[in-house]
Design a protein around this ligand. Structure first.
Ligand SMILES: NC(=O)C1=CN([C@@H]2O[C@H](COP(=O)(O)OP(=O)(O)OC[C@H]3O[C@@H](n4cnc5c(N)ncnc54)[C@H](O)[C@@H]3O)[C@@H](O)[C@H]2O)C=CC1
Ligand SMILES: O=C(O)CCC(=O)C(=O)O
Length: 521
């Protein structure tokens, strides 16, 4: 039932050259062939997005919310067809993909509620005061959509971080049209989801230029999209090299635009001594489960664990070795990702001081086998190679002399998506001293849990200082993600009849800051 075509503003278009998706488990090509989007497709998708922008950006909030809800319903209704295709293309198991579909549609519905809530518009009204010296003008502010957004689907979440994933949901919520560059590892999954969004647009009577999907294997496609003058911002999840390249393309334009790239992170986990004395073996079990989940293909993978050397750390290492023995090798997303993983493991194992703790079972076919290494803090600190993300089911346990050394290592680390503290009550005082360091290093600080798994809520931050992301001032998950695609505009002494809805007296319908005081409608 798949067409293998690109979706350009409601039209399914074939192309001169094609590529095939590959079955992750076997490495064999699967049908149908997919058209490589041309530069004309990029131009037409961006032009249609630019033309639809003013209509979509000015849509009544309830209508934008209704569109998001309908898109969610239609994606949900794809049911097993979507799951089966995503399984074939990604090698991820059925339960995970059904869960991911739930997360994707739940995310769209949460954003629909958020659109209607309206607080994201950041409405502010400062009344004029002619008697003040100097006289104060009437100023009214709201946030408006930036314009069409280019979204790059991620390989490791073919639903929740892809065509209708967090970047698309937050851009549409902000009122921005979207042109998706689909990930070439799952073009069939992308087509199914794009079809659902297009059908929702049609049923809502909205312009089809609001959404397009372009497929392709050539980096030139992504470059052309980022450089198209009608694109106003970029959302990306993937490799550091890819994110950096898109940032360069965006900065080289006549009009540079923001790139919100989520890239690499090793997510340090600190095992505090008090907690280790209580539960070293249990912690090790949970650690191995977290690092090997989904073949470790999470940017939130616990890549580096810091512990004070001694009896309990030795116990933790022994229990991790035992837990690893039961971990099966799992199919990885693509041959390229598996090759990068294997070469990352080879590089890691060859570093001075790297000692293998243990491995999971060896697999057949394009599988990722779990690996855990340990290294002394001295060797870790003298060699930046230990801090590089190895994307897959691996991790390093760093044996430190004391908590001061843990603090020193954390202070020297690159920006991270997450940082975790496992602690008992007796560790709280020492943990308190680490918190200011972790706040400087990470977007999310976790207590007594593992970093894999990101809840989609209002208070979530899935971001962090560079190189975890290109811009640590925001998040790519949760409702705050909308803010990335908005820009504040202030209206000075504007006649009421010309003011946008919400900024006229008594029309906000949502939280508004009047003369500095927050007011509910
Ligand atoms: N930290 C994270 O969240 C993730 C990291 N990765 C890392 O990325 C590696 C490769 O996996 P992919 O998912 O394919 O990521 P990728 O970064 O290579 O590709 C992601 C998307 O960006 C595009 N792209 C990449 N480089 C580009 C360039 N120079 N110009 C224009 N477009 C470009 C690709 O065509 C694709 O659509 C993995 O081995 C892993 O190391 C992958 C997924 C998630
Ligand atoms: O752990 C999650 O749920 C999300 C992780 C993520 O954003 C990623 O791996 O790219």
């Amino acid at each position: 039932m798949l067409t293998g075509k690109n979706l350009v503003a409601g039209h399914w278009r074939s192309g001169e050259t094609t590529f095939n998706a590959v079955e992750a488990a076997s490495g064999k090509p699967i049908e149908p062939a997919f058209a490589e989007a041309s530069s004309a497709d990029v131009g037409d998708a961006c032009e249609a997005a630019a033309q639809a922008q003013s209509t979509f950006g000015a849509l009544a909030l309830k209508d934008r919310a209704a569109f998001l809800r309908l898109a969610a319903d239609k994606i949900d209704a794809l049911g097993d067809i979507l799951t089966q295709r995503a399984m074939l293309e990604s090698g991820l198991p059925e339960a995970r993909l059904n869960g991911e579909r739930g997360r994707t549609v739940g995310q769209l519905r949460l954003f629909a509620d958020e659109v209607e809530d309206g607080a994201w518009q950041g409405l502010r009204i400062d009344h004029a005061d002619a008697g003040r010296t100097p006289p104060k003008p009437d100023l009214r502010m709201r946030k408006i959509p930036l314009g069409p957004v280019a979204v790059f689907g991620a390989s490791n979440f073919p639903l929740a971080f892809s065509v209708a994933g967090g970047d698309t949901a937050s851009a549409l919520t902000a009122g921005c049209c979207v042109v998706v560059k689909g990930h070439p590892a799952h073009p069939g999954t992308s087509e199914l989801v794009a079809g659902a969004i297009s059908a929702a647009l049609k049923e809502c009577g909205l312009p089809q230029g609001v959404f397009s999907l372009l497929n392709g294997t050539d980096y030139a496609l992504g470059e052309a999209l980022v450089k198209d003058p009608r694109i106003a911002a970029v959302g990306f999840t993937g490799s550091r090299a890819g994110g950096l390249a898109l940032m360069e393309h965006a900065a080289s334009r006549d009009v540079p635009i923001p790139v919100y790239a989520e890239m690499s992170s090793v997510n340090p986990v600190v095992l505090m001594p008090g907690r280790m004395a209580e539960a070293a073996a249990d912690l090790a079990q949970a650690y191995v489960a977290s690092l090997s989940m989904g073949a470790g293909q999470f940017c939130t993978n616990p890549g580096i664990v810091l512990a004070v050397d001694g009896e309990h750390t030795a116990q933790f290492i022994g229990a991790a070795r035992a837990a690893l023995e039961g971990v099966p090798a799992q199919t990885m997303l693509t041959g390229g990702i598996r090759d990068a993983y294997e070469s990352g493991i080879d590089t890691l194992g060859a570093q001075t001081g790297a000692e293998l703790v243990g491995t999971g079972a060896e697999g057949t076919g394009p599988c990722g086998r779990s690996y855990v290494y340990t290294v002394s803090a001295a060797d870790f600190r003298s060699n930046p190679a230990f801090e590089q993300e190895v994307f897959g089911p691996s991790s390093i346990i760093v044996r430190c002399t004391d908590l001061d050394e843990v603090a020193d290592i954390l202070s020297g680390m690159e920006g991270q998506l997450t940082a975790t503290l496992h602690m008992a009550q007796t560790d709280h005082e020492a943990a308190c001293a680490l918190l200011p360091i972790l706040e400087q290093r990470a977007g999310r600080i976790i207590a007594n849990a593992w970093p894999t798994g990101v809840d989609v809520t209002h208070a979530m931050v899935h971001g962090g200082p560079f190189p975890a992301t290109s811009d640590g001032r925001s998040t790519s998950v949760g409702t705050l993600a909308i803010d990335r695609f908005l820009r504040p505009v202030s209206y000075q002494d504007m006649p009421a009849s010309l003011l946008p809805a919400g900024l006229r007296e008594g029309t906000s319908g949502t939280l508004v800051r009047v003369n500095g005081t927050w007011r509910l409608p």
